[in-house]
Design a protein. Structure first.
Ligand SMILES: Nc1ncnc2c1ncn2[C@@H]1O[C@H](COP(=O)(O)OP(=O)(O)O)[C@@H](O)[C@H]1O
Ligand SMILES: [Mg+2]
Length: 240
């Protein structure tokens, strides 16, 4: 969650959903599970999550390789059709639909809820916060990302759930050096906001809308995978 659009909420969450679902199918049983253990929920009225899911599914359909354990067994819960991805998909765009998610989530090991960029409709954001066990707040290292992040945390998240959230710095341009990153970390620490240890870098591969468990295992692809796996481990340690 972050009221600023374009910070990387959808991209980060889809990749997190991908590594969480492949981790779960990569276990003891050699049989392919027919049901995914991860549900991705899009709460955006503009269906930006649904579009991103479609892009990722198109990329997966063309891919030659998958990470071990990645099975494209996801279903769209509304239609029953395959999502072409390793996780299930649900669109929930009204507060009532969002509040109905926990009952559906019981069937899954992990449920990830994506929120819209702007808080045009506060009741939807409130519903999303209400049903959350833990809130991930993606932000950029850039200065301009601070105000919207602070506003999201102070006006929406903290009054409802206290410190049961963490910022994750995403889309970080490593080539520009560590200055900007360190300054962002300092800003976050000064405010006492919880911060994930994992930083997601800016990757051309990620911007191409392919989820990280799909595609050829080139060196950058493995590095991308490693970052999202690290984030997944940290998130599960924090209770999702
Ligand atoms: N780690 C990343 N590396 C490269 N591009 C990224 C990364 N994270 C996000 N992006 C790009 O940033 C843009 C906005 O991301 P998106 O996930 O749609 O943001 P939001 O859901 O917050 O509106 C997209 O073009 C996406 O491809
Ligand atoms: Mg989005």
């Amino acid at each position: 969650m972050n009221q600023k659009g374009g910070v990387g909420k959808t991209t980060t969450l889809l990749n997190l959903a991908a590594v969480l679902s492949s981790a779960n199918t990569n276990t003891a049983s050699p049989e392919v599970p027919d049901q995914s253990s991860v549900l991705y929920v899009d709460t955006d009225k503009q269906a930006s999550g649904a579009d991103a899911v479609q892009d990722a599914a198109d990329a997966a359909a063309q891919a030659e390789q998958m990470t071990r354990g990645t099975v494209l067994n996801g279903r769209n819960l509304a239609t029953g059709e395959s999502t072409g991805l390793p996780f299930d998909f649900l669109q929930a765009t009204t507060p009532a639909e969002i509040r109905a998610v926990p009952a559906i989530a019981k069937k899954y090991r992990h449920t990830l809820v994506d929120t819209a960029g702007s808080f045009d409709d506060l009741s939807r954001s409130e519903a999303a916060i209400e049903i959350a066990d833990f809130i991930l707040v993606p932000m950029l290292a850039e200065q301009m990302s601070r105000k919207p992040t602070e506003r999201t945390i102070e006006t929406m998240i903290r009054p409802q759930v206290g410190d049961n959230f963490a910022i994750v710095i995403v889309n970080w341009e490593a080539r520009n050096g560590h200055g900007e990153l360190l300054s962002a970390v300092e800003w976050i620490t000064e405010r006492g906001y919880p911060l994930m240890n994992t930083t997601i870098r800016k990757w051309t591969l990620v911007s191409k809308k392919t989820i990280c468990t799909v595609g050829r295992r080139t060196r950058p692809a493995l590095e991308v995978l490693g970052e999202f796996q690290a984030l997944a481990i940290e998130t599960t340690q924090r209770g999702i």
